[in-house]
Design a protein around this ligand. Structure first.
Ligand SMILES: [Zn+2]
Length: 141
């Protein structure tokens, strides 16, 4: 059984056509710093069902390149974040904001659901034992 291509090792089952470096950048609104990170993929072009090619990107993870292939560098649109890990004092962002309402501190699903109120007479009423004869009487027209 073959592993689906998107889960497979980046060099297994299909030889990649290129390596792709996706660069993501983040601009912090608080400290105005810019950060970037990158992720490396192996790109394989595949023929679609109707003949139109599509590419499959498999994350390289810690795998090392195995072929001398072109390397594409793609700069993604920068993300804007309200604060970041390099902010000198990220708590300054929230220190002048109000505390959340008390009700919001309740964990969803942690409360007790009130037991359904069932009248005691109805609760004690036992179901009537149904016999084949009773069923036949019900069907008798
Ligand atoms: Zn920051």
């Amino acid at each position: 059984m073959n592993t689906p291509l998107y889960l497979a090792d980046p060099h297994r089952d299909a030889v990649p056509h290129t390596y792709v470096v996706q660069v993501s950048s983040f601009n912090c609104l608080n400290c105005k710093a810019s950060h970037s990170s990158c992720e490396v993929f192996a790109r394989t072009w595949l023929r679609g069902q109707w003949g139109k090619p599509f590419s499959n990107l498999r994350p390289m993870g810690t795998a090392r390149p195995q072929y001398n292939l072109p390397i594409e560098v793609i700069h993604r649109q920068p993300h804007i974040v309200p604060f970041c890990h390099e902010c000198p004092s990220p708590l300054d962002v929230v220190k002048n904001l109000p505390y959340p309402p008390v009700e919001s501190k309740t964990n969803i699903g942690a409360g007790f659901k009130e037991a359904a109120k069932v009248p005691s007479a109805e609760r004690q009423k036992k179901p009537r034992a149904t016999t084949t004869d009773d069923l036949m009487k019900d069907l008798d027209i």
